[in-house]
Design a protein. Structure first.
Length: 141
């Protein structure tokens, strides 16, 4: 069956989650940038999405969205909180990062505004939007 309509959104969500997973591993393992506590929580949410969405695509499971979306929304909430903290909207005293790397430490900044927390937020927003608008095309419709 050819990819048509909203069915392609599952593949887009999978690619976004895969790129976010590979990107986070690249930053920590290749570039040597240690993740903060909030980054770890976001990793806990994004890594399984690669398997959940991928399995849903392979099995053509129309319920994949109901499995993946809650995990994605939890990661999105952490990513939003991390960005509010990172950009100083929420005071640093409310940060869970008491040991190790600070959640507000500027480790990477491309073009003056693209940061690791912003990339995490963008990934979760992208996956969430894909999952919200995803509807598997069925024959006979």
């Amino acid at each position: 069956m050819a990819l048509v309509g909203r069915d392609i959104l599952a593949y887009v969500a999978w690619v976004i989650s895969l790129l976010a997973t590979v990107g986070s591993l690249f930053f920590s393992e290749v570039m040597g940038l240690p993740p903060c506590a909030l980054c770890w929580y976001q990793r806990i949410a994004i890594y399984p999405l690669v398997l959940i969405i991928g399995t849903g695509i392979i099995r053509r499971d129309g319920r994949m969205r109901s499995y993946a979306l809650p995990l994605c929304l939890a990661g999105l909430a952490v990513a939003a909180y991390h960005n509010l903290l990172y950009y100083g909207i929420i005071p640093e005293t409310l940060a869970p990062c008491t040991q190790g790397v600070s959640c507000t430490e500027r480790q990477l900044e491309w073009l003056g505004f693209v940061t690791i927390p912003l990339m995490g937020l963008a990934a979760f927003v992208g996956v969430a939007l894909c999952l919200l608008f995803y509807r598997e095309e069925t024959e006979g419709k």
